[in-house]
Ligand binder design. Structure first.
Ligand code: APR
Ligand code: PHB
Length: 394
């Protein structure tokens, strides 16, 4: 078995693991990233595309040369449109003085891979059977297999950035953590199309269900419709998708949507999930390994960024100053933002979707909620603040 050593072993080369690697490398802390998939498979994934201004600040300060400022599109907020009712603009610029940035996670992941390669420490991709050992003691290590070779990686700390299905979260004894979970009986059927997008991200509520319009570049649009969880992309021809989408948007907006053949189609289930605490011994969970939010608030990527920001500060304080106050408080600091994002995501999901078991009373309550939003500047400001994301205090 080949044996190596690093300071921080990072499991998972998605946005959380890659950004953590970047922040640690920037601070002179040695780190290794192990990723189960091939780099090309990671870069083929299509995920959300909205960055909070707080995330943008962190990315700019991370020393990363992203194409975000060239290809991303700053936005003042997002629209909610509602069948037979006035539209509402979630005006984060007006209420918070900030903007958000429409920039695809796939492009950000490419930027992070490029930065890692430029720093001369590639992600170790196609790492099989990654296993965590000794995380409750002073000298943890990982074992894994790569290119037919068995390896052992000794480290000071393990960062579990391996998403919802990775081995890190199950390494925390179940009696020491608490799981909070909610699943939804529907998902989002999403397509990518090479057509100019609507000018703003637009969420649509219709008696039949939710639909939304988003963007990636001036020539690449992303659209979603709410669909039963049992559906698969094969159930949705392009014609069926466009008919459904256009029906769910108010006619004057539907008329502005440019349809075309899909170049990608996928189904994403909606789930809310949090595990508490997100640390155990020398293991720290970050990103989807610790929590999942439904995509309605576009918070998943932003939480991955805030987690690794808090974790990097804790690790930097450990190595630079020999203090573990921030590391010990990591989970609490991260969870404050996570629960705020869960709250926003679950409220927006409730507001915008039709649940199969909604009775007339529930539907009227949801309508009343929207009426309050249209009428009350206090409600508008509160939603705008939540959508913009909590400032980083921690
Ligand atoms: N060994 C090594 N790597 C693993 C393993 C394993 N056993 N299991 C999973 N991984 C890798 C996955 O292949 C993936 O590349 O961990 C990575 C986790 O990346 P993401 O799932 O993208 O999660 P994260 O980096 O936390 O980013 C969160 O992604 O899912 C979206 O909505 C979410 O936008 C948010 C962001
Ligand atoms: C996306 O661009 O894919 C997107 C944008 C906003 C969301 C969810 C997804 O709330």
């Amino acid at each position: 078995m080949r044996r190596e050593r690093t300071q921080v072993a990072i499991v998972g080369g998605g946005p959380a693991g890659l950004l953590l690697g970047q922040l640690l490398t920037q601070a002179g802390i040695d780190n290794v990233i192990l990723e189960r998939q091939s780099k090309s498979a990671v870069l083929r994934r299509i995920r959300a595309g909205v960055l909070e201004s707080h995330s943008v600040d962190i990315l700019r300060a991370s020393g990363l040369r992203t194409r975000m400022d060239d290809l991303g599109m700053p936005k003042n907020g997002a629209w909610i449109v509602w069948q037979n009712r006035p539209a509402h603009f979630i005006d984060i610029a007006r209420w918070t003085g900030r903007q958000m940035m429409a920039y695809g996670q796939t492009m950000l992941t490419e930027d992070l891979y490029a930065a890692r390669a430029a720093a001369g420490s590639d992600v170790l991709d196609e790492a099989e059977d990654v296993a965590l050992h000794g995380i409750d003691g002073p000298a943890p290590h990982l074992t894994y297999r790569r290119q037919g070779q068995d390896n052992r990686l000794d480290c000071d700390f393990v960062a579990g950035c391996d998403g919802f299905h990775g081995p890190s979260r199950p390494a925390i004894p179940s009696k020491l953590c608490r799981v909070h979970e909610r699943s939804y009986p529907f998902g989002w059927l999403g397509i990518m199309v090479e057509r100019p997008p609507l000018p703003d991200i637009t969420y649509a509520r219709h008696a039949e269900g939710f639909a939304m319009a988003s963007r990636r570049t001036p020539m690449l649009s992303r659209y979603y419709v709410q669909a039963p969880i049992s559906d698969s992309p094969e159930d949705w021809s392009d014609d069926r998708f466009w008919d459904t989408l256009l029906r769910r948007f108010p006619p004057e907006i539907a008329a502005r949507i440019e349809t075309g053949p899909s170049i990608e189609k996928s189904m994403a289930p909606l789930r809310s999930f949090v595990t508490e605490p997100m640390q155990y011994g020398r293991l720290y969970l970050a990103g989807d390994a610790g929590h999942i939010v439904p995509p309605t608030g576009a918070k998943g990527l932003n939480l991955a960024i805030s987690d690794v920001y808090f974790l990097s500060r804790g690790l930097i304080a450990h190595y630079a100053e020999g203090t573990d106050r921030l590391l010990n408080g990591y989970s609490a600091a991260a969870l404050r933002r996570i629960w705020a994002a869960q709250s926003l995501s679950s409220r927006l999901t409730r507001l915008l979707h039709v649940y199969p078991d909604d009775d007339a009373f529930t539907s009227r309550l949801v309508e009343a909620e929207y009426e309050t939003l249209l009428r009350s500047e206090t409600a508008q400001a509160a939603l705008a603040h939540d959508y913009a994301g909590l400032p980083y205090l921690g």
